[in-house]
Design a protein around this ligand. Structure first.
Ligand code: CUA
Length: 156
């Protein structure tokens, strides 16, 4: 009888594990729809994008998720803007570049991890499905201030 109980307990644990794995796979946050390192829009578009970095609503999304455009300029040792506000569930297309040296843009708790290269635009689309505060770090050693090169994405 005890053996049977132990077997049942082991079986139960196994099921629990499978459920947890399935759950963690299903709630992996958003997903990156596309990314390309060498998108090269014409100079004018790039100027417009980065003249006033930040969030622009590109579609209010009647009946579908809103769409926003996020531009970020990295320069030793900060991101501009350092704080990005996004509505939860919005389809956010990011355009990032660097003004000086190579930097990184990694968002903790997501699979966002791109390199920012001077003269190039890193582009990707991401949907934050959970509200919260996400820390942005530079993951590319860029000099003495590297470890303090931080940002925040606030999803409301
Ligand atoms: Cu910028 Cu490390």
């Amino acid at each position: 009888r005890w053996e049977r109980r132990w077997l049942n307990a082991a079986g139960l644990l196994l099921v629990l594990f499978l459920v947890l794995i399935a759950y963690s796979l299903a709630t992996e946050g958003g997903h990156i729809a596309q990314r390309s390192g060498r998108a090269a829009p014409d100079q004018l578009t790039a100027l417009e994008l980065f003249a006033n970095p930040g969030v622009t609503v590109t579609n209010l999304g009647a009946g579908r998720p809103p769409e926003v455009q996020v531009s970020v300029v990295a320069q030793s040792y900060a991101f501009n803007p350092s704080e990005i506000l996004l509505p939860v569930g919005a389809v956010a297309t990011f355009y990032l570049t660097s003004r000086d040296t190579q930097h990184g843009f990694q968002v903790e708790g997501t699979n966002i991890n791109v390199q920012l290269i001077p003269g190039e635009i890193s582009r990707f689309t991401y949907t934050f499905r959970d509200a919260g505060v996400y820390r942005v770090t530079c993951n590319e050693y860029c000099g003495i201030g590297h470890h303090n090169m931080l940002g925040t994405i606030r999803v409301l």
